[in-house]
Design a protein around this ligand. Structure first.
Ligand code: SF4
Length: 503
């Protein structure tokens, strides 16, 4: 197998220097940290700086006014988080793949007298493991408890556990503090989140973690429009788990977004194509790409994982509906399900090429702790180990049923190599010749340029280099929308008359 290029900064977290002299603590200051995690060299390094997660900026928005708040993302490769002066409180988001790094950061700050608070999914799934490393845990919705935690620190009465409930109306949350983000660091700082939860509860998904009760809740479309407008960027990424869970809501949101004349992408399940008029509204509102969790082309796998999904024979027709409306499709596939055999790799990539998916991401099936899948594999003695740092969907952590762990590892690598090969990129080009050039530019610049990404991230050039390309894409999309709007609403699809934006 080919060795892929991965520089040290993409593999190892920045070093924390224990010899640094102790600094004074500045009272009423808090620092929120997104810890480093190693990057999979099979995938694009660009995906880590596409747009920021909103977890910490949302929490920052509930900071009491007498506290000063700042933000540090170790994945922007700017070194370890700041420590001069030392913040009185550090909040760290903890997920299983970077739990070890979060513990290291916590140890380092606590040694210097800073109070460390942990939040994030790992706090829900493995509280006993996490608790000894922090002064307090924020379990569940951190936005609800952050203000209380800071006021308890100031009053010298910090508790060990704070619990936030996800059932509170989502529209009541303040808008995330995007002003704290380094604007140079991301392709766009406009990550948006309109909904929380999902109508499905797939057994392998982190949303099915025991103790996580996240009903599907929505913010008002006007709130989203305001946030999009205020961040003043041409492109937004919706980071909702599934923006399409409630078609009526998505339609309202699209109608509210349309006058902005901006572009956006979002994760949706493929049943969003049940009604092609909704897809049309998405395109007219600026949707240029969707991330779709197909998961598997085997109905047996879909049923076994309890995913609510159309039958897989339907997928191709539904992809065509999205393409007909100028919406690119990034398909997500999970490899290693119990009905997968060694032919799954070639069959999956062949299908991706046949449907001309502009992009795809592959994930090795990973049983996250606290999910039904984890319990099932643990009970059957199929877990290979519990080294959470390898539970990153790029490593095999369980014994597959119909192949060896080595076959699964090699098949996963092969899928990426084939997908990003010149021949596969060419085979997947759009049918509309006007869209071919932008597609090729995106494929080569975004997917095949990890050395370029490394350079851009380190030199803080991500936004400066990409912003003009995004603006060109927006302009092309506006021309496409104009043509699409001129077509009759009820015109049958797949007639070849619907124009393609190719953005
Ligand atoms: S449809 Fe996607 S987001 Fe929803 S539960 Fe399944 S995997 Fe998770």
């Amino acid at each position: 197998m080919r060795t892929l290029w991965r520089p040290r900064e993409m593999k190892d977290a920045p070093r924390l220097d224990d010899r640094l002299p102790l600094r004074p603590i500045k009272p009423r200051t808090a620092l929120l940290i997104n810890p480093f995690y190693p990057k999979d060299p099979h995938a694009s390094y660009g995906k880590h700086v596409l747009t920021p997660s909103l977890a910490l900026t949302s929490i920052a928005a509930s900071t009491p006014p007498d506290w000063e708040i700042s933000y540090w993302d170790e994945n922007l490769l700017a070194g370890p988080p700041p420590c001069d002066p030392l913040p009185e409180v550090v909040g760290i988001t903890v997920h299983l793949t970077f739990a070890a790094r979060a513990y290291e950061l916590a140890r380092w700050y606590r040694q210097r007298g800073t109070k460390v608070i942990f939040g994030g999914l790992h706090v829900i799934s493995c509280p006993d493991e996490v608790a000894p490393h922090a002064d307090a845990l924020a379990v569940g919705d951190g936005v609800q408890v952050w203000g209380q935690i800071l006021s308890d620190v100031a009053g010298g009465r910090l508790q060990k556990i704070y619990r936030g409930d996800y059932r509170k109306p989502y529209r009541d949350d303040p808008a995330p503090r995007r002003d704290l983000l380094p604007r140079h660091g991301f392709l766009t700082t406009t990550s948006l989140i309109a909904t929380r939860g999902c109508h499905s509860r797939c057994e392998f998904c982190y949303l099915s973690t025991r103790g996580l009760h996240m009903p599907y809740l929505m913010r008002d479309p006007e709130q989203i429009v305001d946030e999009f407008r205020q961040d003043d960027q041409p492109y937004a990424v919706f980071i909702d788990n599934n923006l399409g869970s409630r078609p009526d809501y998505l339609r309202q949101l699209c109608r509210a977004l349309r006058p902005l004349e901006k572009i956006w992408s979002a994760a949706v399940s493929i049943d969003v194509t049940d009604d092609p008029t909704l897809v049309r509204e998405m395109a007219l509102a600026g949707c240029t790409g969707v991330f779709v969790g197909f998961e598997s082309l085997s109905n047996d796998n879909i049923v076994a994982s309890r995913k609510k999904s159309p039958r897989t024979e339907e997928y191709a027709r539904r992809v065509a509906i999205l393409h007909d409306h100028g919406i690119q499709v990034n398909g997500s596939f999970v490899l290693g399900f119990d009905h997968d055999r060694p032919d799954v790799f070639a069959r999956t990539v062949q299908w991706i090429e046949d449907q001309r998916l502009e992009c795809a991401t592959f994930h090795i099936l990973t049983p996250y702790p606290g999910t039904p899948l984890f319990d099932q594999f643990a009970a059957a003695g199929r877990l290979l180990h519990r080294d959470w740092s390898l539970y990153d969907t790029a490593n095999v952590v369980f014994r597959p049923l119909h192949m060896t762990p080595e076959q699964l590892t090699e098949g996963y690598s092969w899928c990426y190599e084939r997908l990003f090969s010149h021949s596969s990129i060419w085979r997947r080009r759009p049918t509309d010749f006007r869209a071919v050039l932008p597609y090729l530019a995106m494929s080569y610049l975004y997917k095949r340029s990890n050395r370029l990404w490394h350079y851009l991230i380190r030199r803080r050039l991500t936004a400066r280099v990409w912003r003009p390309l995004v603006e060109i894409t927006r302009q092309r999309h506006l021309r496409f929308r104009k043509r699409l709007a001129e077509q009759k609403e009820r015109q049958p699809l797949r007639t070849g008359t619907v124009v393609s934006a190719g953005v």
